[in-house]
Design a protein around this ligand. Structure first.
Ligand code: DAH
Length: 359
């Protein structure tokens, strides 16, 4: 005996009205609610199977039954939406009223910590040694006038360092033709700037970037220097030796040998280069003859120095009959390379973390 599809739909619809509200109200999570909806409207859902019967309903009943089935369907949808909103509102309320989230709790993976770049650290360490010897820290700009970089430092106009090929010249809008500017080629500019601004006695150190048209394994177009100078009454070369020997002992360790070799710089007279005893073969890491760092000489050149030339003092309005002074300058990268045994200066500027974590 086959059941009349129209009767079947009638029966289904009345059963449905009763259970609808209860089923959705019973759902306590969004997932349960969606499951309940699927049981009615999903592929094999009970309302879906009623809809499937519509095709077999006799035409005279089709319109009326169809409207009722559709009404039931939109009833299901709106009951579902209503319950969904209620559940979401309840979840939000529970979130807001529940225990607060502790944002200060430490994470499970420790955040990697950065540290100062080795060049920055060595620069500060050098400045600290001189500060502890009584020098004050001064600052100078990276772009400076030709006068401060060369002329007042008594460079002759044809000195090779002043050549267009050796320095980075900068065009400054509106500057008179006799005041050319460049990226400073050394930090000796700070001597001039400080002496022009402050009367002696003066004891200053300064560190920062300098620029030259150089680029190979031991030269970078940008590198760092520390410059220091002292001007007072009765300053002698003996005091220069004392200060630089104290620096070498503090920076490279007690017992570091120091050697002064005569050398030429236009802004000092007499001038010298200073070597320290090789840190590597002294520590017994290699025999003297086999030491690659000092090339078997036992000495490493670290800086240039000398007694400030009287002409330089005059250029800064300082009377050379009354005042004398000394000055010194060193490359920070070179000092760092010698201290840590770094073979290639470019490693210091590539900023590869695998290199930097080693410091
Ligand atoms: N300015 C020199 C350079 O860049 C280094 C230097 C040498 C600085 C002798 C000085 C000095 O103050 O007295 O090579």
């Amino acid at each position: 005996m086959s059941v009349d599809p129209a009767d079947q739909i009638e029966a289904g619809l009345s059963a449905f009205g009763v259970e609808l509200g209860a089923r959705f109200d019973a759902a306590t999570t969004e997932q349960e609610l969606r499951n309940a909806r699927a049981e009615l409207l999903g592929k094999g859902g009970s309302l879906t199977s009623l809809l499937k019967l519509m095709g077999r309903v006799p035409p005279e009943r089709r319109k009326e039954l169809g409207e009722r089935v559709n009404a039931a369907k939109s009833g299901v949808e709106s009951a579902f939406e209503g319950r969904l909103l209620a559940l979401r509102a309840a979840a939000r309320r529970a979130d807001l009223e529940g225990p607060a989230l502790d944002l200060t709790m430490p994470g499970r993976v420790p955040a990697p910590r950065g540290h100062m770049h080795p060049v920055t650290r060595v620069r500060f360490e050098i400045l600290d040694v001189f500060r502890s010897l009584g020098f004050e820290v001064a600052w100078g700009p990276e772009i400076d006038l030709e006068q401060n970089n060369f002329t007042r430092l008594a460079f002759p106009p044809d000195h090779p360092a002043t050549d267009m090929q050796d320095s980075f010249w900068v065009r400054v809008a509106g500057a008179p033709p006799d005041s050319r500017a460049l990226l400073r080629t050394h930090t000796s500019t700070v001597q001039i700037r400080e002496m022009l601004q402050h009367p002696p006695p003066l004891a200053r150190v300064s560190g920062g970037a300098v620029f030259r048209r150089d680029d190979d394994v031991t030269h970078s177009p940008m590198f760092h220097q520390v410059e220091g100078f002292l001007v007072d009454e009765g300053v002698s070369f003996a005091q220069l030796k004392g200060v630089l020997t104290a620096f070498a002992e503090r920076f490279y360790g007690p017992g570091t040998g120091v050697r002064f070799r005569p050398s030429y710089f236009p802004f000092v007279e007499p001038g010298a280069e200073v070597d320290v005893s090789c840190v590597f073969c002294r520590a017994g890491e290699a025999s003297r003859a086999a030491c690659r760092v000092c090339k078997g000489t036992g000495w490493l050149e670290i800086l240039g120095c000398g007694m400030i030339h009287p002409r330089v003092l005059e250029h800064c309005g300082v009377d050379p009959e009354r005042w004398t002074g000394f000055a010194f300058g060193m490359g920070v990268e070179r000092v760092a390379m010698l201290r840590y045994g770094i073979p290639d200066i470019r490693l210091l500027f590539e900023n590869d973390p695998r290199f930097l974590v080693q410091f």
